[in-house]
Design a protein. Structure first.
Ligand code: GAP
Length: 513
């Protein structure tokens, strides 16, 4: 089996080759950690966004959406704490002059320990065969337990040092673990320093009257500052939510791992305004609801796990990540944060305006607490794309590359293929395309032998191929080929739409939540 690095390289090259993701300004050698979505990528991204939006806004009576501006009054970021506290700890290697996130260096070290545990599990599974009990093995194997204790201990200490802003101890930890620069191999490190991640810019034409602005580092603040506007105009009653999708910008220190960590990215966030004191209950509920949303896409329960935060952000009283098994291991995909009344209270203080809710049941006003769900759209894209890319050995000894995207998210739902470029077959195929395109994206492909066209659509992620052949002219039937099973069925032309719709309809998928 290919190693993690090879798999990840394959993901990146496949994303380019099949029109999903290009490097930004590639003809100028690109821009680090900035990417463009191509003709297929933009459709996949749009479908993920829509899948989230329908689950959050359309299917919840008490959640509404907004689309706030990227530019916000600069005081927003003083109030939110981002000017003072939106920092990452950075460290430089004196020999390679490379800059790293100190916490990521330590986390990568722990990931290597976790990889050792995985290796032990694989070895044992082979040795014990069908009688292997993974849970029992993880709980009793001494070597695994030692690895686990070591990893947990390191993460605990890192969390504590970061929480206490003890950057000297973060450096001490890096030195004690003998972590070397991946580039130079040297352990010659500078001290750890804090680095603010916000991008600054200016508003206004003349230099003296220009106002310093930030590009928003999260979409959430656009929701907080509009809390009362939405509550009043929408006559919302607590508990209620405001959802938003949109761009966010962060000057990330470690800008690698493709679209996992970008400098310009998109978030899908929802702030749920609740009665103070009910935050624990809503925290648990939203953790469960969001996990169900992920699982509804059928990408394998074993690829998700919760990670409870040791180090809490400046605004949170509880926080957990939903982690996904990316090609480089389990990493954060979504955050669920209990943000207390921190943001609204801060905006009250800095703006001098009341941001309170009058609760008719309690007959009093209060600043609501907030439960946030926050997922990176690009990260979700990477999760879906990397999980779907498979190399399959076929019965005849050949292999095929197939992108098994959940059909509901696939850019094109069907490809219509005339078997030959003559005998009136292209005309019938084109007519079918003209009918189907009112309901979903369809592509028409007449180039090359049909087998090669199937492979091309497999690799592009198209769930269905519909082939028009000579029999179609006689009895109005076509062949539908299913991407995942490669099974083919002969169906009447007028059934094609219904067969495909049943499998790609969002309703069918969302009902699993
Ligand atoms: N409003 C809360 C917030 O922004 P966060 O954990 O900093 O919380 C939420 O970010 C999500 O945004 C993350 O779980 C991740 O999916 C995504 N995200 C954060 N930084 C990112 C980056 N540089 N590139 C891509 N996605 C990012």
């Amino acid at each position: 089996m290919a190693n993690q690095e090879d798999i990840f390289k394959k993901v990146i090259s496949h994303a380019k080759e099949y029109g999903y993701v290009f490097q930004s300004s590639e003809i100028y050698d690109g821009l680090s950690a900035v990417y463009d979505y191509a003709q297929n990528g933009v459709e996949l991204k749009k479908n993920i966004r829509e899948y989230w939006w329908q689950a959050m806004v359309q299917l919840n009576d008490n959640i509404v959406g907004i689309d706030a501006a990227i530019f916000m009054h600069p005081t927003t970021w003083k109030a939110s704490g981002h000017v003072d506290a939106f920092n990452d700890p950075l460290i430089d290697n004196k020999d390679s002059k490379k800059r790293y996130r100190a916490d990521v260096l330590v986390e990568d070290y722990v990931a290597k320990i976790e990889a050792k545990i995985d290796k032990e599990v694989t070895k044992a599974a082979k040795r014990f065969g069908d009688s292997f009990d993974k849970k029992q093995f993880l709980e009793t194997n001494q070597r695994v337990l030692d690895y686990q204790t070591k990893g947990d201990g390191i993460l605990k200490r890192l969390g504590k040092s970061l929480e206490n802003e003890d950057l000297a101890d973060v450096k001490a930890l890096i030195e004690e673990l003998e972590i070397a620069c991946p580039l130079s191999g040297s352990k010659n490190w500078t001290d750890v320093k804090q680095f603010n991640l916000m991008f600054g810019t200016k508003l206004g034409a003349s230099a003296d009257s220009a106002m310093d602005l930030y590009l928003r580092p999260e979409t959430a603040q656009g929701i907080f500052v509009n809390f009362l506007n939405v509550q009043k105009t929408g006559r919302m009653k607590i508990p209620f939510g405001i959802a938003q999708t949109g761009k966010a910008f962060r000057n990330e220190i470690v800008a690698r791992q493709f679209i996992f960590r970008m400098r310009e990215f998109e978030q899908m966030e929802m702030q749920y305004f609740i009665k103070p004191g009910t935050q624990q209950e809503w925290y648990e509920k939203w953790k469960e609801k969001r996990m169900k949303w992920h699982l509804s896409l059928g990408m394998g329960e074993e690829n998700y796990r919760f990670h409870d935060h040791e180090k809490l952000a400046h605004y949170a009283d509880a926080a957990a990540d939903i982690e996904f098994k990316f090609p480089f291991g389990f990493k954060e995909l979504e955050g669920i944060h209990s943000r207390t009344d921190f943001d609204l209270s801060q905006h009250e203080e800095f703006s001098g305006k009341k941001l309170q809710y009058f609760d008719p049941e309690e007959n009093k006003s209060y600043v609501p607490y907030v439960l946030e769900t926050s997922i990176g759209l690009d990260r979700m894209f990477l999760a879906v794309f990397s999980n779907s890319l498979k190399e399959e050995e076929l019965e005849n000894g050949t292999t095929r590359t197939v992108l098994k995207l959940p059909a509901v998210l696939a850019p094109a739902k069907a490809a219509v293929l005339p078997l030959l470029k003559r005998d009136g077959l292209p005309e019938v195929a084109q007519k079918l395309v003209d009918e189907l395109k009112w309901d979903f994206n369809v592509v028409y492909d007449e180039k090359d032998a049909v087998g090669r066209r199937y492979r091309r659509q497999d690799a592009a992620g198209t769930p269905f191929c519909v082939t028009v052949d000579h029999q179609t002219l006689e009895d109005n039937t076509v062949t539908i080929r299913h991407r995942d099973t490669m099974e083919q069925q002969r169906v009447a032309l007028d059934q094609v739409k219904a067969i495909i719709s049943k499998e790609v309809d969002m309703r069918y998928w969302l009902q699993r939540i």
